[in-house]
Design a protein around this ligand. Structure first.
Ligand code: BGO
Length: 266
């Protein structure tokens, strides 16, 4: 069975280092159709049937940069079998913002926490088991530079792809969740169940590019109004804030900063 794994992460998280380590010289480099964003694909060393697709380095799946649009169009339209989400362990709070969005896509996600050599040197601790439990996905510690943990990360991604176990999603506040659920109910039958959360959230955020791509149009203006009235803010800010609240709870429980429980900076 041919398996496609997408490598996704923030710029400077070590994506290139990991991609090179996993694929060696077995790479094909080109551009994404119609844009000058580099497209890299490679075969996983020792696995002829496993392709690693290196997505552009991005901070979110918003429609603001070309890289973000390219990455999310690939994830939505081509739907890889699994996402290997690389996060910089020395900057985990910022990196988790993208992770929360990747986990909404209904594609199995494996998280590789990179730069663990630097994290260990700093005396900070990332409690991988707790992180895995909180996120609802497998988490592997790696150092792309030293090559530690990378085979395990790739194998877990293959396993997740085979099992087709879509990542369970996090929960925002009850008030926000109730409105997201109502928006999901407005979506047409062209959107598969496991992708409904992603599309509902994007429509609530007034993301026109996503609205254009949908075959069956959905009107969530009532839900947008309900959310903006309830939270007294615009929907995009509300959802961003919900993500940061969730991330703060993860940081508080899963990171010990040089002997002390981490206080979130957000
Ligand atoms: C430079 N551990 C450590 N210590 N460093 C790592 C690891 C790791 O596990 N993984 C990656 N790096 P990219 P994106 C550099 O280039 O793969 C380092 O953007 C330097 N360069 O070596 O490029 C990696 O593809 C001069 O560092 O990331 C690279 O995601 C001085 O993280 C950087 C110091 O990795 C980004 C570092 C001229």
């Amino acid at each position: 069975m041919a398996i496609k794994i997408a490598l996704a992460g923030n710029p400077n998280s070590g994506k290139t280092t990991l991609f090179n380590a996993l694929t060696g010289s077995n790479q094909f480099v080109g551009n994404w159709p119609g844009v000058t964003v580099e497209k890299k694909e490679g075969k996983l060393k020792g696995h002829k049937d496993v392709t690693i697709m290196d997505l552009p380095g991005i901070y979110s799946l918003s429609p603001y940069t070309l890289e973000e649009v390219v990455a999310r169009n690939y994830l939505i339209n081509d739907r890889p079998d699994a996402i290997l989400n690389i996060v910089d362990g020395t900057n985990i709070e910022r990196n988790l913002y993208l992770s929360t969005q990747l986990m909404e896509l209904g594609i199995p996600v494996i998280m590789a926490v990179n730069m663990m050599d630097l994290v260990k040197k700093s005396g900070d601790q990332i409690h991988i088991d707790k992180l895995s439990k909180k996120l609802g996905c497998e988490v592997v510690e790696i150092s792309a530079l030293k090559g530690t943990g990378i085979t395990a990360a790739a194998e877990k991604a293959i396993e997740a792809a085979k099992q087709k176990a879509a990542a369970p999603v996090h929960e925002f506040s009850k008030e926000a969740e109730d409105i997201i659920r109502k928006a999901e109910e407005k979506l047409g039958s062209d959107i598969p169940e496991e992708q409904k959360r992603f599309f509902a959230i994007k429509l609530l955020e007034k993301d026109d590019k996503i609205a254009e791509q949908m075959k069956q149009k959905a009107d969530v203006s009532a839900e947008i109004k309900e959310m903006e009235d309830a939270f007294d803010d615009d929907t995009e800010s509300i959802i961003t804030n919900e993500r940061y609240v969730y991330i703060s709870s993860i940081i508080g429980e899963c990171i010990t900063k040089n002997g002390k429980k981490a206080l979130s900076t957000s």
